[in-house]
Ligand binder design. Structure first.
Ligand code: ZN
Length: 502
């Protein structure tokens, strides 16, 4: 642990040199170099097998102690979409682990994930059977550095940290750190802390070795002719030399005229995921980078990622068709609103984000409707729906809106129902409660059972069909006493009945 802390402190001092720089905080250790060399050796021996690789991922969403500041789940799903787009050519598929995500309410982890106490907390939160990505406010320590570390991978503790601001479509930070996770180095390896400068290195670079706090030692300077590509820089032969030109280039273009020690002109690959050139329209991994990552996935170190499980690879495609409320509609009640949409092919889950009065709430559903009973009267609400499954999360509905009025749900009987009965009544604990009625309409219903103090005891969703209906409600674990049965339809109409458990 102490070792990890000391190299991270080294990083902080190096950061301040690049006030405007966007920097990756991944450091190499002797162990990570050993792993990369082993992977390189296996690649050279032709050991790569062709098969898709499935990578379970757990996102750990950190927040302040009081739970504020946490990134939205919608942004996490967008990131899963982006990772799978970025790795699609490599036949590497990320899927949500069984745990999917984990919330950590800890201001230390959120603001200062590198402090030793917080590292311990992060390690305790890791899921042992997935790639662990922690999303925090800061990726550097203390937040007092003017340089910005966007994220890092720690080989020692084997997890990725990303600033939450990086979970946007325009940032490839997590795809870059996943490259480090699977043993890749920067193409400009060795030049991290001291990028090429004309006044220092000249237009013909005669330096033979470079080193930095991130390398922990010196490394040969890579030549254009490929003669030292398996031992220099990233040990990758199809990434050309890069003397960290990206950090001062200020974008996705390379305009310097620089020559290596042989006098060969250098043309770095500006749009490589592992480089420091920013704002490229499209990034890529090279063939060899992909091969090295696949070999790393197959290595004993990564056995915990591998299983016989094949994730759901069906692609969730839009559009998402919202049926109710109608766009801009003023709904009948403020305390009983059902958002309903068409089921989306291949989606197993939906995330609905509802925003009103400056507050945003996210709801997960595995059905294609959402009942809301906690909205404010006379308020405009905006919402959007993201259908997803464990590998596919690229679709979002257009933003919809509706307006609440100030009426509360009526508890009058529903006109469309007749012959309504609840039986047996009274019933004995562990009996099934039978709800029987006839309906002139088919609709969704939301059933809730309250105790006499108004506390919600049970809830269930039901499909009402046109014709005779019989719904069974399990009353297991319900104490002796009086209860209120309430059923609300997707149009907001509602009815209640009392019943007794003896
Ligand atoms: Zn990096």
């Amino acid at each position: 642990m102490r070792f990890t802390i000391s190299i991270i402190l080294g990083l902080i001092f190096s950061l301040s040199a690049y006030a405007q720089g966007h920097i990756c905080g991944t450091h190499e250790t002797a162990a990570s170099l050993k792993q990369l060399k082993k992977n390189r050796e296996l690649l050279d021996q032709g050991s790569l097998r062709s098969a898709p690789r499935y990578i379970p991922v757990t996102f750990h969403l950190a927040a302040e102690n009081d739970g504020t500041g946490r990134i939205a789940y919608g942004a996490v799903l967008d990131q899963l979409c982006k990772m799978n787009r970025d790795y699609a050519d490599l036949e590497m598929v990320f899927y949500l682990s069984e745990m999917r995500w984990n919330e950590i309410d800890n201001s230390g982890v959120y603001n200062n994930p590198n402090a030793s106490l917080n590292i311990d907390n992060i390690v305790d939160n890791k899921d042992p059977n997935s790639m662990n990505i922690f999303v925090t406010e800061n990726a550097d320590t203390g937040g007092n550095s003017v340089g910005v570390t966007l994220g890092f991978y720690t080989f020692f503790n084997d997890y990725i940290i990303s600033r939450k601001a990086e979970l946007v479509d325009t940032s490839s930070t997590i795809s870059h750190e996943a490259g480090h996770f699977f043993s890749l180095r920067h193409p400009h390896y060795g030049w991290e802390d001291a990028p090429w400068e004309e006044s220092v290195h000249g237009t013909t670079v005669t330096l033979t070795t470079v080193g930095s706090s991130q390398t922990g030692g010196s490394s040969p300077v890579e030549k254009v002719d490929g003669s030292n590509c398996t031992v220099a820089a990233d040990l990758v032969c199809d990434t050309p030399p890069d003397y960290n030109f990206g950090i001062t280039s200020g974008g996705c273009n390379y305009t310097y005229e620089v020559y290596d020690c042989n006098g060969d002109q250098i043309f770095p690959q500006v749009n490589n995921y592992m480089g420091y050139f920013g704002n490229c329209a499209k990034y890529q991994f090279t063939q060899e980078q992909g091969d090295l990552m696949r070999i790393d996935y197959d290595s004993p170190r990564r056995s915990y990622l591998r299983s016989d499980y094949v994730p759901n690879l069906n692609v969730v495609e839009g559009p998402v068709v919202v049926n109710a409320p109608a766009q801009g509609q003023t709904v009948d009640f403020f305390n009983s609103v059902t958002i309903e949409w068409d089921a989306v092919a291949n989606a197993t889950d939906y995330l609905v984000t509802v925003t009103g009065n400056g507050q945003s709430t996210e709801y997960f559903r595995d059905t294609n409707y959402l009942f809301l009973d906690d909205l404010e009267p006379n308020t405009t609400y905006f919402y959007f729906i993201k259908p997803f499954n464990e590998t596919s999360a690229c679709v979002t509905s257009p933003t919809q809106f509706f307006q609440t009025n100030d009426a509360q749900t009526s508890t009058e009987d529903i006109q469309a129902f007749s012959d309504f009965s609840l039986f047996p009544n009274p019933l004995y604990a562990n009996d099934l409660l039978n709800v029987s009625f006839s309906s002139t309409i088919g609709t969704k219903a939301y059933i809730r059972i309250f105790d006499t103090k108004g506390a919600l005891v049970k809830e269930l969703d039901a499909d009402v069909v046109s014709g005779n209906n019989s719904i069974l409600a399990d009353t297991k674990d319900m104490q002796t006493g009086s209860y209120v049965f309430n059923m609300t339809l997707s149009d907001g109409k509602s009815m209640s009945r009392k019943f007794v458990v003896n």
